[in-house]
Design a protein around this ligand. Structure first.
Ligand code: NAD
Ligand code: UGA
Length: 458
């Protein structure tokens, strides 16, 4: 088949794979190839066991793979063939040298730029899909356009706003698609080429155009605002616990104000995921490097509250279980950072499990999709720790159950049965406020939720 355009995406991860699968489905006349240095990951994308779990992804990939969607390790060849190159490599927090613990580690990003430069033989549009510090496009253009091959590269910023667990729905019907470019004739032309891709299925009024720096900064700002709402409601949750106000009622009351809105007001054990913390740290670092100390401190406090909330949850467990959990079996229901994903990156469950283990608790971890990642996250832990898919087995003989991920399956459990097989007094800590607390209390549990008065039998 003769394709109108060839799109290549470098980086076959949580963003590259689903995003390109959606483009392939919606743009049948474009050839879409996803490449990666990780050959095991590419092999998994080409198999029936995709490397990531995301509802609806299997069907999307099956519909297009081998027709106009391809997964490959032939990076050199695919760069040469591409008209448009999306770059969706990981941009983690730097762990070494200047800016360690804050700045974005751009080594994968820069390697990609150099790879593109090395293999390209004609003009290309390079699209920043990864989340990057504002003004990265400048460095990218400098690297790419100082070539002696007489090739011109246009760098466009098109940050991704999908959330894990709902990635396919988010891609199918995004609130907005943001496309930023240089405001030059060539920049506008490149911008239009990216607009044309999304215009296949996204209503035109949801495709926002901007200058390249605004696009880059909007991505960091969106994540910072979302995380800030969670830290705000979690801060209020602590006050609720002292005053017998109920954080769910407070959230519902403030959320009815259309200026505030209802989303992202669920109090819990804290936010996790690969991006919120790293992107805020990145924002903090950028502010610091421009001498904006107060602004850096403001955003840093969002992370500080999140870490405090994780520690607070463990402290509540410890204090209410008579200040000792040594040798007590504690079942953690959920390890993924949110429901409907197997991803555990920065999951609050990691900190909570480690803190409980430090107290010498006997920890059993259960999760429908994240146990492989949980084993990997805790592989250095010398103490006995077990992993159990079946939540009934995980809670059998436990002193306490802590619900850490809002999987639907945990709402639907038979808690009467669980209660019968637990040690007494039985404790239930609902770290996501998703269970029926009064009902659990009536079954005999001592119930501790976030931002609510405890329901205790003693
Ligand atoms: P990921 O770690 O799942 O995937 C990145 C992939 O890039 C890996 O498979 C890695 O092998 C590959 N890679 C690294 N260097 C390479 C190179 N030189 N050549 C070829 N492949 C290379 O990461 P992710 O979660 O998909 O995130 C990617 C970017 O998207 C990050 O900047 C992230 O902040 C951003 N983002 C992520 C999400 C999300 O939900 N995960 C959402 C929006 C934006
Ligand atoms: C988030 C953003 O929502 C996406 O728009 C963005 O593209 C993405 O980060 C990214 O840049 O990686 P994601 O981390 O996948 O998506 O998931 P969210 O739904 O945002 O949840 C993040 C964390 O916040 C989870 O641990 C979740 O449980 C927690 N959360 C969320 C709360 O504690 N309360 C809420 O009200 C909402």
């Amino acid at each position: 088949m003769n394709f109108e355009k060839q799109i290549v995406c470098i980086g076959a991860g949580y963003v590259g794979g689903p995003t390109m699968a959606m483009i392939a489905v919606k743009c049948p006349r474009y050839k879409v190839t996803v490449v990666d240095i990780n050959s095991a990951r590419i092999a998994a994308w080409n198999s029936n066991a995709l490397p990531i779990y995301e509802p609806g992804l299997d069907a999307l990939v099956q519909n297009t793979r081998g027709t106009n969607l391809f997964f490959s390790t032939a990076i050199e060849q695919e760069i040469q063939a591409a008209d448009i190159i999306f770059v969706s490599v990981n941009t983690p927090t730097k762990t070494f040298g200047h800016g360690a613990g804050r700045a974005a580690d751009l080594q994968f990003w820069e390697k990609t730029a150099r790879q593109i430069l090395l293999h390209a033989t004609n003009n290309k549009i390079v699209v920043e899909k990864s989340t990057l510090p504002v003004r990265t496009a400048e460095a990218m253009e400098r690297i790419l356009n100082q070539n002696t091959k007489n090739i011109r590269f246009e760098v466009v910023s098109n940050p991704e706003f999908l959330a894990e667990g709902t990635a396919i729905a988010d891609l199918e019907s995004p609130d907005r698609v943001l496309i930023g470019s240089q405001e030059t004739p060539d920049g506008f032309k490149a911008r239009q080429a990216i607009v044309d891709i999304y215009a296949h299925w996204v209503p035109r009024d949801r495709i926002i155009e901007a200058n390249v720096w605004s696009a880059e900064l909007s991505k960091l700002t969106a994540n910072a605002f979302l995380a800030q709402r969670i830290s705000s409601i979690n801060a209020i949750s602590a006050l609720c616990e002292r005053t017998e106000a109920d954080v769910t009622e407070v959230a519902a009351a403030i959320g009815k104000d259309t200026r505030i809105g209802t989303q992202f007001l669920r109090a819990g054990v804290g936010f996790g995921g690969s991006c919120f913390k790293k992107d805020i740290l990145n924002l903090v670092y950028i502010c610091q490097s421009y001498g904006l100390t107060e602004i850096a401190e403001y955003w840093e406090s969002v992370i500080r509250i999140n870490e405090w909330q994780e520690r607070r949850f463990v402290r509540t467990m410890l204090e209410n279980m008579f200040n000792t959990i040594a040798g007590k079996k504690i079942a953690l229901l959920g390890f993924a950072f949110k429901a409907d994903t197997g991803d555990t990156r920065e999951s609050p469950a990691i900190v909570i499990a480690r803190s409980l283990l430090e107290e010498h608790a006997d920890v059993v971890i259960s999760d429908p999709k994240a146990l492989d990642n949980a084993r990997e996250d805790l592989k250095d832990v010398p103490t006995a720790i077990s992993f159990e898919t079946d939540p009934y087995r995980a809670t059998d003989g436990a002193h306490a159950v802590a619900l850490l991920t809002d999987w639907q399956v945990y709402r639907d459990l038979d808690y009467e049965r669980i209660f019968q097989y637990m040690e007494q007094p039985a404790f239930l800590f609902d770290g996501r406020n998703v269970l029926d607390h009064k009902k659990l209390f009536n079954l005999g549990f001592n119930v501790f939720a976030i931002g609510k008065a405890p329901l205790k039998h003693f």
